[in-house]
Design a protein around this ligand. Structure first.
Ligand code: ADP
Length: 183
């Protein structure tokens, strides 16, 4: 089962992905976490990604796609995976379709988690990560609206999109997600 958790920054993708990965016993891949680890370890990818991540910009598509492709090729990903934070652009979505196709797989479900912008800003300011400063948050929301949200049409047309209200407790939102996943 290949599940994409979709939505603006701060809607709870990371939290939900972790719980789902445990419940469904499949891997969780967060591109944001992958970049934060690479930055902390000062790997070549980390050195390249740092300026983008710190400023709320998108890391270039080819760098992101390479990281995802390497992860998906790992045996642990054979039973399935939850993608969190990827794809974020049309180019990434097409790259994902192609890499899955080469593996004889496809996306089973794209779960769009929705939360109003005012709540997102509150949540991220409270989280206080390095890139959770108000100006950077606003920029990330702009980037989401311009580059990422158009993918809703792409996945809607493909018939794999399900939307879930992201307001409520972690458990309630998790149950809503489980309810829309295919069997
Ligand atoms: P959030 O969803 O709260 O913004 P993430 O952890 O998903 O947090 O992402 C943090 C940062 O990592 C992004 O602002 C961006 O710089 C980088 N990043 C993560 N995923 C991608 C991606 N698919 N394409 C480009 N950049 C990405």
């Amino acid at each position: 089962m290949v599940i994409v958790l979709f939505g603006a920054p701060g809607v709870g993708k990371g939290t939900q992905a972790e719980i789902l990965a445990q419940k469904l016993n499949i891997e969780h891949l967060s591109t944001g976490a992958a970049f934060r680890n690479a930055i902390a370890d000062q790997t070549p990818v980390g050195l390249l990604a740092k300026e983008y991540v710190d400023n709320g910009k998108l890391v270039p598509d080819d760098v992101v796609a390479k990281i995802v492709e390497e992860a998906l090729a790992h045996a642990a990903f054979t039973p399935g995976c939850i993608l969190d934070g990827f794809p974020r652009t049309k180019v990434q979505a097409e790259a994902l379709t192609n890499m899955l196709q080469r593996m004889g797989r496809r996306i089973d479900c794209v779960v769009n988690i929705t939360v109003p912008d005012v709540v997102i800003v509150e949540r991220l300011l409270a989280r206080g990560r390095n890139d959770d400063r108000e100006d950077v948050i606003r920029h990330r929301l702009d980037v989401y609206n311009q580059e990422t949200s158009p993918l809703l049409d792409y996945y809607g047309s493909a018939g794999v999109l399900r939307s879930v209200d992201g307001l409520g407790t972690v458990d309630i939102v998790n149950q809503r997600i489980l309810d829309v996943l295919p069997d």
